[in-house]
Design a binder for this molecule. Sequence first.
Ligand code: NDP
Length: 296
Amino acid sequence: MALIIDGKQVSQKILAELKEKTRELKETKGITPGIALLLVGDNPASKSYVASKKKACEELGYFSIVEHLPETTPEAEVLKLIHDWNHDERIHGILVQLPLPRHINELKVTLSIKPSKDVDGFHPENFGRLVIGLPGFRPCTPAGIIELLKFYKLPTSGKHIVVVGRSNIVGKPVANLLYQKNPDANAIVTICHTGASDLRRFTRSADIVIAAIGKPKFITSDFLTNGVVVIDVGINRVDDPSSPKGYKIVGDVDFDDVEPIASAITPVPGGVGPMTIAMLMKNTFLSASGELKYEA
Ligand code: NDP
């Protein structure tokens, strides 16, 4: 029986601590953490992510602005809004919900966010800081994975970790975090992608596998060896006529097949997913409190 890594429980603990620290910050320094959320268009998944983030802000006592703009909003208008938030002292974190409509250049928008308010950690300055080990905002999902490994005392130092997926928001940053020379990391990391003609050759040699692929139940037990730790980042909608919604969410790992041979595994839902919002709230708190010394 594998240890089930309960991201819901860990995220609730982090959020409860942040709520208390937020109360103290307001009382002692008169600072209320503030976040600005931008949603462009009506993508249902994006709308639900933004609603969850707004709810988390309310529960923690953060100040929040949610701007929901129509799909046809010109790029210049988005850039102007971010410019204003960059200069708004009430706002410590700016979050643009991706994906943006096709006529808006995502990189341009990401670059327009002041790095010291980039609580998503997507700005190249923050990514560069991560790679060379300087303080900066770490992307939320990768940071959440590190927190889960730490919480359950699953050692990474000297372990071989195989990350499947090289996206800029999950695969690359989590791999970079995990090989850093510090006790919470210090792993030997391999990054796999579609260029790997025999993926099993790599995953079978892993102590820890992190799946960030975007393909439902792709990783089965034959990819793995006994005792492996499995972190499933995937969030995939698959048809499920028995559910009132007509679909259910599954990960990139075939949980039922893999759980019997794993030593620890994250479920989907309830594993990595809840950690993402918790880390966003943590980044915003660090920005507001000044605990993150952003300057070199
Ligand atoms: P992307 O689609 O950006 O990247 C997928 C990666 O998987 C690519 O690097 C791709 O390789 C690789 N890949 C795809 N097929 C294979 C294969 N057959 N063999 C090896 N590698 C493969 O996805 P994201 O990183 O954005 O997201 C991954 C998953 O995580 C999704 O399900 C997403 O919904 C979920 N997610 C969950 C979050 C959370 O909060 N829990 C947050 C963000 C994402 P290549 O580069 O060669 O194309």
